[in-house]
Design a protein around this ligand. Structure first.
Ligand code: VG1
Ligand code: CO
Length: 543
């Protein structure tokens, strides 16, 4: 086994986005591409020598090959130990938990999350720090700087390690511990929720479908839902992780998980249904005859989390990403707890969670989580819902309706314009930026603009500032439009337009979302000229 120093050159564009570095799989498979980035991770964190890391991924194409490269590079750089999920599998929340439980120095997660997988689709790598959460911006900036000056990387010449065998292995003096990817996570869930009550719910005939979308949550959902909680066999659909996720988009929303939505709206609807994404950190919640928007789900969970044992003491506070609807703010207000507004991306919740300022947080993109890990967590959200349903005896639909009766309803939708020309998208954002100061007072279909600004976040814990986090336009009466460009796409630019309108008249709580938002939607066009900038007459994806 020989250690080699390989000469290389900086590769352009290795800047981590909202959640790690994501590129086409073939780009990652190109000469030195993965190696350069991994060496830059080590360089960005002050070296790997003597450190212990967790390693795993969502099982997409190139997952195990990449794991072998990362192991050889960790060994060559003097890492002490790597804890790796069997067959290089770990869901993102399970990786976060392992990093924390085993008090490691961090971990590498191989995933492009909700992006499709396969040789012609996407791959990704992200680094999580010792608190289990995504590396904050100062760390990712250091990694990026390292990619720009890299001249060589260290790698071991060695055979592949057998990652199918649980137990201890050795590679060039480094220990590799292959662990069951599910067990520790399942144990953690049992400490948070009342499994007996949920078991009794299923025993009483409650029916559920969980769509793992051929991605990593399959083994977790089967173990927890079908074995521990004894939900009927077949509750978990598409439960075997596949390298191309069965050819689909592993993104749990009404577009990409349409069959599940059709099921709950049809005559054979189960009582409850849910889905998760490629790496298991997102969730979609459905009940018989109802789709719960992620923003509403966060609010419902915040209002009822105390019904689960893990949250019986109440919530310290809540946080949501800026584009997420303000439904949870109303719950926080009623409970008299703090509510924080952060930029998009889970890395911004880490400090608040570490400091004990918030217990629950969430994003409109189907991410919900708590202080049990430092990532969003798909199955956790599903289990919290189940615990609440078991405790209240309500259906998902009734729980949501009661919530709206109490707090009012934040009608919400996101319009995505995908893979548009990047220069045009930037130009549109710049044009918007330049007219922000003149918008207040102007009238559009949605009414008079009350405020217009570009969101910047001052972290209350480490006092760092993050600028350019989305343009928001608020109307008299509280309706709101947010514009931002995605930081996870791999082709051109993706424009996200977030639309929200608040309603609390009891006879207007059941209007269709399109109707409730129509004035906001036309105002977004009037203000930003979306059609002209994107060349599209309608969004590619509406969630
Ligand atoms: C998107 C979502 C964001 C989420 C991120 C990672 O980012 O909007 O809320 O945190 O994906 O999710 P962007 O920059 O494309 O809007 V995951 O599950 O893909 O890691
Ligand atoms: Co994800």
């Amino acid at each position: 086994m020989e250690k080699r120093t390989v000469q290389t050159q900086p590769i352009e564009g290795q800047k981590p986005g909202t959640s790690g570095l994501r590129k086409k799989t073939k780009v990652f498979m190109g000469p030195h591409y993965l190696e350069n980035f991994v060496q830059s991770i080590w360089n960005g964190i002050g070296g790997a020598a003597g450190k212990t890391f967790v390693l795993g991924g969502d099982g997409r194409y190139f997952n195990e090959q990449a794991a072998q490269v990362i192991l050889r590079m960790a060994a060559a750089s003097g890492a002490r130990k790597i804890i790796v999920g069997q067959n290089a599998l770990l869901s993102t929340p399970a990786a976060s938990h392992l990093i924390r439980k085993r008090k490691t120095d961090g971990g590498i997660i191989m995933s492009a999350s909700h992006n499709p997988g396969g040789i012609d689709e996407d791959f990704g790598v992200k680094f999580n720090i010792a608190n289990g959460g995504p590396a904050p911006e100062d760390v990712t900036n250091r990694m990026f700087e390292a990619t720009e000056t890299l001249t060589s990387y260290e790698i071991l010449e060695a055979q592949d390690v057998d990652l199918s065998a649980i137990g201890s292995h050795e590679l060039g003096g480094m220990e590799i511990e292959v662990v069951d990817p599910v067990q520790d996570y399942a144990e953690l869930m049992e400490t948070l929720f009342e499994f007996d009550k949920i078991r009794a719910l299923f025993a009483g005939g409650f029916t559920m479908k969980f769509d793992a979308m051929h991605a990593v949550t399959g083994p977790y959902a089967k173990e927890i839902l079908e074995r521990h909680l004894q939900a009927a066999p077949g509750t978990v659909l598409n439960g075997n992780p596949e390298p191309d996720f069965g050819g689909g988009h592993p993104d749990p929303n009404p577009i990409w998980a349409k069959p599940l939505v059709d099921l709950v709206m049809g005559p054979d609807a189960p009582d409850f249904a849910a889905a998760s994404d490629g790496d298991g950190d997102r969730n979609m919640i459905l009940g018989r005859g109802v789709y719960v928007t992620p923003s509403d789900s966060l609010a419902v969970l915040a209002a009822n989390a105390h019904l689960a044992p893990g949250y019986a003491a109440g919530l310290a506070g809540v946080a949501r990403s800026m584009p997420t609807s303000r439904a949870v703010d109303l719950v926080a207000q009623a409970k008299g707890i703090e509510c924080f507004e952060t930029p998009t991306g889970w890395k911004f919740f880490g400090n608040l969670l570490d400091a004990g300022r918030v217990t629950l947080c969430g994003e409109e993109s189907a991410g919900t989580g708590s202080d049990h890990v430092r990532e969003k967590d798909g199955l956790w959200a599903v289990l919290l819902w189940l615990n609440i349903l078991a405790e209240t005896g309500l259906s998902a639909k009734d729980l949501l309706m009661q919530h709206w009766e109490t707090y009012g309803r934040n009608y919400y939708s996101r319009h995505d314009y995908e893979a548009v020309d990047a220069l045009n998208a930037e130009a549109m954002m710049n044009a918007l930026r330049s007219k922000l100061s003149s918008l207040p007072g102007q009238t559009f279909d949605a009414g008079v603009v009350q405020s217009a600004d570009e969101f910047a976040y001052d972290d209350p814990i480490d006092l760092s500032r993050s600028e350019g986090q989305g343009i928001r336009i608020v109307f008299d009466g509280g309706s709101r439009i947010v514009f931002r460009l995605s930081g996870t796409g791999t082709v051109g630019a993706t424009l996200r337009v977030y639309l929200e309108a608040y309603e609390n008249h009891s006879d207007k709580l059941q209007v269709s979302v399109e109707t409730a938002l129509s004035d906001i939607i036309s105002s977004a066009q009037q203000i930003a000229g979306i059609r002209e900038a994107t060349g599209r007459t309608k969004p590619d994806v509406t969630t």
